[in-house]
Design a protein around this ligand. Structure first.
Ligand code: MG
Ligand code: ZN
Length: 370
């Protein structure tokens, strides 16, 4: 190659690299501007609702089995979340919730720990020191995989007595669900209810109170999971959510509340469409409580998603009759389909698109931590 051609080629190369750097810088600047614009509409509170095992067919059931218009239709931004874990294409609820609560991919069964079983901070642990109030509600035991990932760090989801111990010492200000026996019928004989009271919790075991005192709230209404809707659980989930909002919204600094419709997943595992759909409709009703508060508050972001789909559930036709729906299942386990994400309120515009479940954590964190 002659010398002048080489110089020409180098010149072109330098020019190309320079212009692509400029382009990149420009892109970054645009993204920063978008983020700042989003942040200028203040997100003070986040209500994060997880329908365990709730894929798009489960959500679609709210169209066909609801009397009125489903609350799902009140969301203006919709995205899709990819749910694989670090160990498996198909995640379990522990790895799924660890991704949502701590922003990392870990192995199936992991509760708030890395693939090397090291504790990883949860969103609740990160924002509590900033004066944000926090709450966790579920229709499973409060020590079950999904809620546990928001406050505990254990190598296996089965360690529910250890998980309960984490909750006693956690930054969580309000919790409600089942799981009483992991607090008061323990192999180590400890009475965690007493320890909760020593840690400034007011413990409720009989029923949901109508209102709360200023004390932290520990509401444990059944030994393991809460009763199913078919068994007559009633309005526990929407009412506990309202109670938590009333309690947490007294904090001028803001709050983060996680609410889980735990048993949508259990209906899927049981391949029981009535079970699944009644749990789904209860979850939809709960969305209404969150959305009503957010609408009048104006500084509250409501996000709804799932950890994964359960049951390979679909709304097929009944015997070829396209006017009749017959819910069917293709597995009694989880499936690998993407799950929907719904967002409404300030900051909701960040939730459109297709992204990893860990990115939901990143977005939530960005509202509380610069
Ligand atoms: Mg769960
Ligand atoms: Zn499951």
């Amino acid at each position: 190659m002659n010398k002048s051609l080489s110089i020409l080629l180098i010149g072109i190369l330098v020019a190309t690299v320079f212009s692509s750097c400029q382009q990149q810088e420009k892109n970054t600047t645009t993204e920063t501007t978008i983020l700042k614009e989003t942040k200028s509409k203040k997100v003070k509170n986040v209500i994060f609702l997880i329908g365990d095992g709730m894929g798009l067919s489960q959500v679609s059931a709210s169209q066909y089995y609801n009397d009125g218009t489903p609350n799902f239709e009140r969301f203006s931004v919709i995205g899709l979340s990819k749910t694989s874990s670090s160990s498996d294409v198909i995640t379990d609820s522990a790895a799924g919730a660890t991704a949502l609560a701590s922003g990392i991919k870990s192995y199936n069964g992991a509760v708030g720990v890395t693939p090397d079983t090291l504790a990883v901070e949860t969103i609740i642990e990160q924002i509590s020191p900033k004066g944000i109030s926090t709450g966790v509600i579920s229709t499973s035991a409060i020590t079950h995989a999904t809620p546990a990932c928001f406050y505990a760090h254990v190598k296996s989801r089965r360690m529910e007595e250890e998980i309960a111990q984490f909750l006693v010492n956690s930054e969580v200000d309000f919790f409600a669900g089942g799981g009483l026996k992991f607090f008061n019928e323990r192999e180590d004989g400890k009475d965690l209810l007493k320890l909760l009271e020593e840690n400034n919790f007011e413990v409720q075991r009989e029923k949901l109170p109508n209102k709360t005192s200023k004390k932290k709230q520990a509401i444990l209404l059944s030994d393991k999971g809460m009763p199913t809707m078919l068994e007559g659980r009633g309005d526990f989930l929407p009412e506990a959510t309202q109670l938590a909002i009333d309690y947490l919204s007294k904090n001028e600094e803001g709050f983060f509340l996680m609410v889980e419709g735990s048993q949508i997943d259990w209906g899927g595992h049981a391949n029981d469409a009535d079970y699944l759909i009644t749990e789904l409709l209860d979850f939809d009703k709960t969305l209404g409580v969150a959305l009503d508060f957010a609408k009048q508050d104006g500084e509250t972001l409501v996000i709804v998603t799932a950890d994964h789909e359960t049951g390979g559930f679909t709304l097929a036709s009944d015997d070829g009759d396209y006017n009749k729906i017959k819910p069917v299942f293709s597995t009694d386990g989880h499936s690998g389909t993407m799950v929907p994400v719904f967002a409404e309120g300030p900051g909701s515009e960040l939730f459109g698109g297709i992204y990893e479940n860990t990115s939901i954590y990143d977005k939530i964190k960005s509202f509380f931590i610069e």
